[in-house]
Design a protein around this ligand. Structure first.
Ligand SMILES: CC(C)(COP(=O)(O)OP(=O)(O)OC[C@H]1O[C@@H](n2cnc3c(N)ncnc32)[C@H](O)[C@@H]1OP(=O)(O)O)[C@@H](O)C(=O)NCCC(=O)NCCS
Length: 188
């Protein structure tokens, strides 16, 4: 295990950088091309991002709905924030959560850091009340797909029964253009 990666609960002061790392990084144009949201409406504004990543991601007040963390790279004489990872659970049935992750730029990709962050969060959630984790990368995003496979996720068919009925319609399609995502699952 790579002990140099740690997760730190994110606070409201981290929202802008999480937004900028997602939409104004060197991988952003690639992700924007793959995403259904941005291909239809351009880059979301910070206000739209705040609507997606509500207060509870940043103040820990509703852990049953979701939480955000900063990914910290820690080495002798170095402590650096290198990315952002969340779990979201409000739209899924009890015991199931969805993970989302992005590093701050490609300089940090391909070094195992993202995979390690996913493993750490999965471990933490399995220690709590969660038994099933999902993640939905776009098919073309091989770097993400390979990373999640390394973290133990397996590709499966879309599982509508994981979703609360009232949210199924909103979330069924996923975030990728033409519904081109992979439904990946990790069980406890
Ligand atoms: C996705 C992400 C979190 C993965 O974290 P990471 O630290 O880069 O992942 P890893 O380094 O452990 O693994 C990436 C793997 O993809 C491989 N890879 C990278 N680019 C690739 C490409 N174009 N084709 C095939 N494989 C590729 C790497 O070689 C590595 O595999 P290896 O360890 O077997 O060599 C990170 O790359 C990232 O933040 N990317 C930009 C944002 C993003 O795409 N977020 C995910 C949205 S679902």
């Amino acid at each position: 295990m790579n002990n140099s990666i740690q997760l730190k609960p994110a606070g409201f002061e981290d929202r802008i950088k999480a937004y900028e790392w997602l939409y104004y990084s060197d991988f952003s144009s690639y992700l924007i091309e793959l995403s259904v949201e941005t291909s239809e409406g351009g880059i979301p504004t910070l206000s739209q991002f705040k609507e997606d990543y509500e207060f509870f991601f940043f103040d820990g007040s509703r852990p049953e709905k979701g939480r955000a963390y900063l990914i910290i790279l820690r080495e002798p004489n170095l402590k650096e924030e290198i990315g952002f990872i969340t779990y979201t659970a409000f739209h899924l049935k009890e015991g199931i959560a969805e993970i989302d992750i992005w590093l701050k730029n490609l300089e940090y990709a391909g070094k195992g850091y993202g995979t390690e962050a996913v493993k750490i969060l999965a471990h933490k959630l399995f220690d709590e009340k969660y038994h099933t984790l999902i993640i939905r990368p776009c098919k073309e995003n091989l770097r993400a797909v390979i990373s999640y496979k390394k973290a133990g996720f397996q590709v499966t068919s879309f599982q509508p029964d994981y979703y609360k009925k009232e949210y199924l319609h909103q979330f069924a399609e996923g975030d990728c253009k033409d519904g081109d995502d992979l439904f990946m699952v990790l069980k406890k």
